[in-house]
Structures are given as structure tokens and as C-alpha cells.
Design a protein around this ligand. Structure first.
Ligand code: SAH
Ligand code: SF4
Length: 377
């Protein structure tokens, strides 16, 4: 049997690549469009579903390519309507996506890597290290599997109940930029799920050189996990800051190419006794001054064993008030899905097939970046 790893993965191919493959198989160009729509509009799970493609073409595709479809390993539903899915990849890795329904939007929080190399001290995904990048096909298939499941659950009309995507799941999307970009192109394609770039947000911990590429090569929205107001603080909780400190990060935000009326979202995880003082709030207001910005204040979601705590609610309010008084748009993010460990920074599927254990910091087996220079930018 041929090695499936060597075969092109259909769901990762761009439209031109798919067209080239179909042409190579001696088929007419319209077949490529049909195939693309099956893969990305309907989220077909298998070639057999593509009933209007000639059987010989399906057989040829089966011989010449592989088809990534994530398997649903678990589904957990929160009292607040949030759903967390754990997906199993073809090689037995587990990744998670989180569905967050609101009155005016239905958002999926998407993962970009199995684990994360950046090792932020407060983040459960960071404790896993990086097992591997996800392929474009695995990134987009989270969206397809979610859409299909949501239709089954009566959450919205086929083929696409989801309205918004945020790349805030497991992993650092900009550390996997080429696959991320390929995935975004598929997700925004009008023959695919046809998301609007206005409804897609990519969050980064601050890979400065890649932020520029995101701005130049895509049109999606940017979120930046700032999380601290001095380099000493940020160095301590986000190792990436030692490579690209706050000044460079904010300079990249200031020059980020943005459409008229857009704003950068700054995420700020409030860690009790670490970055939650009045002085922090005042410094935060100064740091973002002049940047079209809004700030998401995220009270720390508890990850046992990481040694942090959430500030008292009054502290969160006081912090918010200081920003408000300085005319900074800031919202306190609700802790969604906390009862199923689906809130920000709590995603950490174990790497073993069938293993559903959560919250054990010894889920390793991946690389953690102790020297951020090793990212190679
Ligand atoms: N790696 C990217 C994308 C993941 S987004 C990034 O860091 O931006 C995950 C978000 O959750 C980030 O804003 C991060 O700061 C936040 N987060 C991580 N751990 C958290 C925790 N325990 N409580 C609250 N927010 C957390
Ligand atoms: Fe990685 Fe983001 Fe978690 Fe940091 S906060 S470890 S960059 S996923």
C-alpha cells in the first residue's frame, strides 16, 4: 500500500492546486469546482458523499490523494450554550474547538496547532509544548465538522450555522502562518464557507515579523495578547516578549495595515497580584493610546497547578473603570464554558488517542520554546 502521508491532502489544497490535480486526472475544469464545493461548502466527510462526481474520478482521487476529516472524539456542552469538541486527527492527535452562541452571532474558536511552543505561564495549552502544526485541511475541517454538527443539533441552517471565527484555540496561529493563510483562503472562498474577513479574527501572542505578513497577505482582523504593561512583567509570563518586547509589538500594531474603521483587539488576561493594579491600568491606557483599539479584559480562568489566581471582581471593575475614564473601549469578557474547561487558556487535549484527561500539567511530549530566538524569524 502506498504511504498516505506522501499523497496530497485534498482538503489542504488551494483552488489552483485542486484544479491542477483534476486536470492531471484528465477531467474537465468544472469538476474541480464541484469537488471544491463538496470539500468546503458542504464539508463532505468522504469521497463517497460526492455523488455527482463520476465514480472513476472518485476512484482516481482516492488513489492519488488523501482526505482529512477530523473524528469527533468528544462533545461537552456547557450550561451557557458553549460546546467544546475534541477532534482526533488521522495520526491520533487531539485538538479542540469551542462554539460560542450569542444573540447576534455564532462563533467558533479554532485551533491552529497541537499544543503551543510559546509556553505562556498562565495558559494550559502552553504546558503541552508543541506536538505539531495543524495542516490547512485540519484547520478548516474544524469549521466543517462544527457546522455539520450544529445543523444536526438544530443550531442553524445548513450548510453554515457559524457566522464568525476566532483563531484563539490551541496554538499560536502565526507560528503556523503558511497553513493558517491557506486555511483562511479556503474559509473565505465564495465557493467554500464564504466567511467575510470582517468576521474572522486571528489572535497572536506577538510574533512581530509575521504580524506584518498577516496584515499584508490577508484581510482578517487582528487580536494581540498583550497581557502585561511592563517588559519585566511580560517577560515573566510570556517568554516571547524576550524576543519581541512590548515596544516592538506595539510598533507593529501601529503600522499594521488596517481597513478604515477597524480596530485591533488587545487581550489582557487579568492575573491577581501580577498585572491588575491601578498603575497597570494607567500604563495600559498609555500603551494603546493612538492605536485604534479595543481591550478585552479576561479575568484569569483557573488552571490548577499554574500558580495564578483571578483578581477579585471589584479589582476587575476598578481596572475597567480606569480605562473607561480614559476613553478606552474595554469590555470584561464573560467566562464562557468554564464548567467544561472551554474558556480561554483552558484548552489542552491530551495527545493520546482516547485519553480524555484534562488539566494535568504533565501532558507533555511536545517542544516548549525556552529560547524564543529558536522560532527562526
Ligand atoms: N496563541 C494565541 C492564540 C490563542 S488565544 C494567543 O496567545 O493570542 C488564547 C487567549 O487566551 C490569549 O489571549 C491568552 O492570553 C488567553 N489566555 C490564556 N490562558 C488564559 C487563562 N488561563 N485565562 C484567561 N485567558 C487566558
Ligand atoms: Fe500559546 Fe497563546 Fe497559550 Fe501563549 S496564550 S501558550 S501563545 S496558546
Amino acid at each position: 500500500m502506498s504511504d498516505p502521508v506522501a499523497l496530497p491532502e485534498l482538503r489542504s489544497l488551494s483552488r489552483p492546486e485542486l484544479a491542477a490535480l483534476v486536470a492531471e486526472l484528465g477531467e474537465k475544469p468544472f469538476r474541480a469546482r464541484q469537488l471544491f464545493r463538496w470539500l468546503h461548502r458542504n464539508g463532505a466527510a468522504a469521497l463517497d458523499e460526492m455523488t455527482d462526481l463520476p465514480r472513476p474520478l472518485r476512484a482516481a482521487l482516492a488513489a492519488r490523494s488523501s482526505l482529512v476529516t477530523l473524528e469527533r472524539a468528544s462533545e461537552q456542552r456547557s450550561v451557557d450554550g458553549t460546546i467544546k469538541w475534541t477532534w482526533r486527527t488521522g495520526d491520533g492527535k487531539l485538538v479542540e474547538s469551542v462554539y460560542m452562541p450569542e444573540a447576534d452571532r455564532k462563533t467558533l474558536c479554532v485551533s491552529s496547532q497541537v499544543g503551543c511552543a510559546l509556553g505562556c505561564g498562565f495558559c494550559m495549552t502552553g504546558t503541552m509544548g508543541l506536538a505539531r502544526h495543524l495542516t490547512a485541511g485540519e484547520i478548516v475541517d474544524q469549521v466543517h465538522r462544527a457546522n455539520r454538527r450544529l445543523v444536526e443539533l438544530g443550531e442553524g441552517p445548513a450548510p453554515r450555522p457559524l457566522t464568525n471565527l476566532v483563531f484563539m484555540g490551541m496554538g499560536e496561529p502565526l507560528h503556523n502562518f503558511d497553513q493558517l493563510k491557506a486555511a483562511l483562503e479556503l474559509l473565505l472562498d465564495e465557493d467554500g464557507p464564504n466567511f467575510s474577513h470582517r468576521h474572522v479574527t486571528v489572535s497572536t501572542s506577538g510574533l512581530v515579523p509575521v504580524m506584518r505578513r498577516l496584515g499584508e497577505e490577508t484581510q482578517v482582523k487582528l487580536a494581540v495578547s498583550l497581557n502585561a504593561t511592563t517588559d519585566a512583567q511580560r517577560d515573566a509570563i510570556m517568554p516571547i516578549n524576550r524576543r519581541w518586547p512590548i515596544r516592538e509589538l506595539l510598533a507593529a500594531c501601529r503600522t499594521f495595515p488596517m481597513k478604515q474603521g477597524r480596530r485591533i483587539t488587545f487581550e489582557y488576561v487579568l492575573l491577581g497580584g501580577v498585572n491588575d493594579t491601578d498603575a497597570d491600568a494607567q500604563r495600559l491606557a498609555k500603551l494603546v493610546a493612538g492605536i485604534p483599539a479595543k481591550i478585552n479584559l479576561i479575568p484569569y480562568n483557573d488552571n490548577p497547578g499554574l500558580g495564578f489566581r483571578a483578581p477579585a471582581p471589584e479589582r476587575v471593575e476598578a481596572f475597567h473603570r480606569i480605562l473607561f475614564d480614559r476613553d478606552i473601549t474595554a469590555v470584561i469578557r464573560k467566562n464562557r464554558g468554564g464548567d467544561i474547561a472551554a474558556a480561554c487558556g483552558q484548552l489542552a487535549a491530551a495527545g493520546r488517542p482516547g485519553d480524555q484527561s484534562r488539566h494535568s500539567p504533565d501532558i507533555t511530549g511536545g517542544e516548549t520554546l525556552t529560547d524564543p530566538g529558536a522560532l527562526g524569524y
